[in-house]
Structure formats: C-alpha cells, structure tokens
Design a protein around this ligand. Structure first.
Ligand code: SF4
Length: 360
C-alpha cells in the first residue's frame, strides 16, 4: 500500500485513485489516519465550493409504495408504518414554506406509489402537475425522486421543471441488489438514469452501507458512479426499520459512511455530496460536513406532517431539521450557506446546458 500522505497528496492534486487506493482509504480505522483523510477531503471541497454549503428541502409527499425493498420502512407489505399521500395544495404549501425558509432546492420524493405510477397517464399527469406547481410557486431547482418511471414521463417531468432525477441503486453488486430490492430489475433502474443524463438532467446516485456490503462492493459502486457521470452521489448507513426483514440487523456506526463521503469527495471533487440528516439527525451533521459533504439534505418543515425516509420522525417536530436548526452547525464548521446564485453556478458547472435552457 502506498503511504497515506503520498496518496492523499496525489488525490488532492487531482491525480486519479486506483481501486486498491480506494480500498485502503475506505478501510482506514486509525483515528489519526481518518483525520488526515477528512482534512484532504475538506481541502478539495474548498477548492471547488469555497466554504459554501447548499441546503435541500425534502418533501416526501407519498409513503405508499408498490415495492418491497428489504431495508425500507415503507415497503408495501409493512402494515406498521404510517402512510399518507399529500394533496397538491399540501405539497405546494410545504414546498413554499421550505423555499421561504431559504433552502436551495426542493426534493420531491415519493415511494413508488401506484396512484402515480400504475394508474397510467392520469397518475403520471398528476406527478407532472405537482412538479409544475412547485416550480411555479418556488422558482427553485426541483429534484424529483419518483422511483423508476417510463422515459416519456421523465421527459415530461423535466419539461415541467425538474432538473434533478434521484434514483438510488443502493448497491452495484447484482446479487446484493436482488436481496435488497426484491423482485426489481437492476438494469431497468440503471438504464433510466442513463436516459436522464442523455436528456440533460442532473442525476443523483446513491449507495446504502451496512446491509451486507463489502468494501469491494463500495469500490464497484464508485466506479459505477463514475461511469454514469452522476452529479450528486450519496452514501447512507442503513438504519434498521421495524417489521421489515432486516429489522434485527444491527446498525453499524457512521465511521464507514464518513470514510466513503471523504473518498467520494477526492474522486469526484466537483460533485454535490450530501450530509444527510436522515441517518443520525442533527447530531450527525458535523461529522458528515467535516468529511467533505457540501450539501445538507432532508430539511423538513416541522408541523407539516411530512416524514423522513430512514429516520421517519427524528428531529423533525423539534425543528432541528430546518434552516435555522442547521445554521449554527455550519458556522461551527467554518461553513456558510451558499447564495442561490452560487448554487445555480454549481449546477451550471455540472451541466452547462442548464444555463442555456434557463435563458430561453
Ligand atoms: S426504498 Fe423506495 S422503492 Fe423500496 S420499498 Fe422503500 S419507498 Fe419503496
């Protein structure tokens, strides 16, 4: 193995990391070595984003789902979770509250709700209408996370104002995918992201760790993200969910996720990399930012009746997952919120065509 300082010096200078280098960084456990890794990641982040961070508002507007993912609270066979489907007015109101609070983007997420996905054109029309209405009211960039949709629906969602498409494979090990995303098609899920890129959308890809994955799997995921040219990449630690097949699987601490965030930053310096509030809530934010993240995700308005995904209620009613809740943490890390113009510039750097489309 190359010496750590040599490896990090090369990475911060923009030299590519070999798969065996990625493996050795992902496997770091000594605290002093991990501190060096995070320091290098922050240095790279600073080169591309200065000390600025973007905040994403999260509107999980339907918790119904046609799928049965082994890790997910909202899998269709789980009768012990609270389900809701918000009305158009409620979705627009929550998005407007988030926009008014200062977030940079609205992430419209749903389970793969049959009401939108299986009801043919009518369901899709409602989905497109939601995007259009939120975009019109907030004027903010929209990320849409509806699961796998037909290509023509993605085109319509883009036309309505969605510039981001988030769809997580969670693993790029097909055998593990089969065990996690039961009865789902790996290639179909992958292909729609390639299609999204081809029509000029920004794409977020993600992986879940602590679900029987290995560091070799993580390297495979990092290479897949590179192949996809993903614009935002996230790693999240698995949180066991009640009444699901993985309910009794112990939750690992977030150390490995933090190593992954830092390695992602070294590999993909220009990409948006989230520090999600949906794993450890506000308590876990500092560590994720210090590992090199430049986006805070899952800002949720309190008293909106909206939930998170893997932490359905943590810190929401208390108002910690809000812009004012996050700001003191940013300040403690020497960071500050990007302006909306700065965030727009990041997006144009990722996808120059966006500037042209915005001008039309
Ligand atoms: S992860 Fe998404 S697709 Fe899978 S069961 Fe949960 S909500 Fe449905």
């Amino acid at each position: 193995m190359k010496k750590l300082d040599q490896l990090l010096r090369a990475a911060t200078a923009g030299e590519p990391l070999e798969p065996e280098d990625m493996l050795s960084l992902l496997r770091l456990v000594a605290q002093d070595e991990r501190r060096e890794l995070f320091s290098a990641a922050r240095k790279v982040r600073h080169q591309y984003f200065d000390n600025r961070v973007a905040l994403y508002g999260f509107v999980y507007f339907s918790t119904y789902c046609r799928n049965d993912c082994a890790f997910c609270l909202y899998r269709k066979s789980n009768v012990s979770c609270r389900r809701y489907r918000k009305s158009l007015n409620e979705i627009v109101a929550a998005s407007a509250a988030l926009a008014d609070s200062g977030v940079h983007l609205i992430d419209l997420t749903m389970g793969e709700d049959p009401a939108y996905l299986n009801d043919g054109l009518e369901g899709f029309d409602h989905l497109v209408e939601i995007v259009r209405a939120v975009r019109e009211r907030t004027k903010l960039p929209i990320m849409i996370s509806p699961g796998v949709v037909p290509e023509y629906v993605l085109c319509a969602l883009k036309e309505a104002g969605a510039i981001w498409y988030a769809c997580y494979q969670e693993t790029h090990n097909r055998e593990l995918f089969r065990k996690l995303r039961l009865q789902q098609n790996y290639d179909e899920r992958w292909s729609i992201k390639i299609f999204a890129k081809s029509i000029g959308m920004l794409v977020e890809e993600g992986l879940l760790v602590g679900v029987g994955d290995t560091t070799h799997d993580a390297v495979q995921s990092l290479l897949a993200m590179e192949e996809l040219a993903a614009d935002q990449i996230r790693a999240m630690t698995f949180v066991p969910q009640i009444a699901t097949p993985l309910a009794s699987k112990p939750q690992m601490n977030s150390d490995y996720e933090l190593n992954l965030i830092a390695v992602m930053r070294l590999l993909f310096p220009h990409c948006c990399i989230p520090a999600s509030l949906d794993v450890e809530g506000i308590e876990g934010l500092t560590a994720r930012l210090n590992a090199g993240a430049n986006v805070v995700t899952s800002i949720i308005p309190p008293a909106s009746g909206l939930q998170g995904v893997s932490q359905s209620t943590l810190d929401i009613a208390e108002g910690f997952r809000t812009v004012p809740g996050v700001q003191p943490i940013l300040a403690n890390c020497g960071l500050q919120m990007a302006t909306r113009d700065e965030y727009a510039m990041w997006l144009e750097r990722l996808q120059p065509q966006l500037a042209v489309e915005e001008a039309l």
